[in-house]
Design a protein around this ligand. Structure first.
Ligand code: NDP
Ligand code: ZN
Length: 352
């Protein structure tokens, strides 16, 4: 079967031919429908995760997938079920987090990540996985199901943020998303129902398709080249909730200043090393004297996938087609890895 992989020492994806996998006991054979691409795939290509599956000189890419059960292999699933696989799998070490169905909270060393580090991904015609790592989707979501994975990360982060404010009557009237990439836009569309006023920060000038989407969602676009994150309370309003999805490390600290008293900021971006100076005293003081919270969040568990499935079904009809900009058949897979100004979300379609 065909698979899209990066070979050891290479930085470009290649089409390879490999044996179709056989499911072990408790595993399901899934026929891949679509696999999304995001920044993490480019990190894998650049070698920054640098942990190929044991004994393999290539890494099959892809961690955002949707497929259809080809062989349930004695599990509770049925042939034809639409399913989305989770990303983390246990490493060769006992982990209470996997036992508790909370692999997203496992520390590094206790997990591998399919398509990212230490395990093959889903960019192949078929894949196998234990049934317990699959979430079922209604047939109507088969085309967009690969977005469940990124949405689940936002679900987890928002849950952490909300729970951190659960000891008092918190009001999340004003919500700000930092970043207008796929993760930022998918989250902004979730917050549109939750917050009375929403904002999204990017660094692009008009005309730009992401700015059109932001405004169509009823949110206000903030250009970071005109308004820095710490100026947002004065120019717009202080925020109850900030969701960071840029990977721009300075934004992590400016988030504290963008928050209203009692507000919470949740950071998802994954920056490279970057040394800069901040007024640590002022930030520390604001966190304490204004009951602010700043949290980090990574990955998600099956509960968040299930919630993401519901969120996916509730987006306005126009929204998902507007962000799914680049569909590539396997034969033209390389195009899915090209970034153009109009690209928001690319995916490889294994059905065509
Ligand atoms: P993208 O890189 O596609 O999106 C980032 C967006 O932020 C881009 O639109 C970019 O603008 C914008 N941006 C970057 N720097 C600035 C800046 N200084 N001012 C204003 N806007 C800025 O990534 P994703 O949307 O896929 O993901 C967002 C981040 O979250 C990434 O760092 C990713 O690694 C991380 N991530 C974390 C997860 C987790 O579980 N913690 C899960 C998934 C992703 P432009 O396009 O114009 O450059
Ligand atoms: Zn991802």
């Amino acid at each position: 079967m065909h698979a899209i992989a990066v070979k050891q020492g290479e930085t470009r994806p290649e089409l390879i031919d490999i044996e179709r996998p056989e499911p072990d006991e408790g595993e399901v054979l899934v026929k891949t429908l679509r696999v999304g691409i995001d920044g993490t795939d480019f990190e894998v290509l650049s070698g920054s995760h640098d942990a190929f599956p044991e004994g393999s000189d290539y890494q099959i890419l892809g961690h955002e997938a949707v497929g259809v059960v080809e062989s349930p292999n004695g599990t509770a699933l049925n042939e034809g079920d639409i399913v989305v696989p989770t990303v983390r799998r246990p490493a060769n070490t006992p982990s209470r987090f996997f036992e508790n169905n909370e692999p997203d909270m496992a520390p590094p060393g206790e997990y591998v990540e399919r398509g990212i580090s230490g395990a093959h991904g889903y960019m192949s015609e078929y894949f196998t996985t234990p049934a317990s790592f699959l979430v079922s989707l209604p047939e109507s979501l088969a085309d967009v199901g690969f977005l469940v994975e990124p949405i689940s990360n936002a679900e987890k982060a928002l849950e952490l943020a909300q729970r951190s404010r659960s000891t008092f009557e918190w009001q999340d009237s004003a919500g700000l998303v930092l970043g207008n990439g796929p993760l930022g836009l998918l989250t902004l569309a979730m917050l549109a129902d939750q917050c009375e006023r929403t904002y999204c920060l990017g660094r692009r000038e008009r005309p730009d398709p992401t700015i059109d989407i932001i405004e169509e969602l009823g949110a206000t676009y903030i250009n970071s080249q005109q308004t820095a994150v710490d100026e947002i309370p004065t120019v717009y309003e202080p925020m109850d909730l900030v969701f960071e999805a840029t990977g721009h490390a300075k934004h992590a600290f400016s988030t504290i200043e963008a928050l209203d008293a009692n507000g919470v900021g949740v950071l998802l971006g994954i920056p490279d090393d970057w040394e800069f100076s901040v007024n640590g005293g002022a930030l520390h003081r604001q966190l304490v004297l204004q009951n602010k919270a700043l949290l980090g969040s990574v990955n998600s568990n099956i509960r968040h996938y299930q919630r993401a499935r519901d969120t996916l079904a509730e987006y306005p009809d126009w929204f998902l087609p507007s962000i799914m900009t680049t569909q590539c058949p396997v034969s033209e897979f390389a195009d899915a890895f090209e970034d153009t100004p109009d690209t928001i979300k690319s995916y490889v379609d294994f059905r065509v």
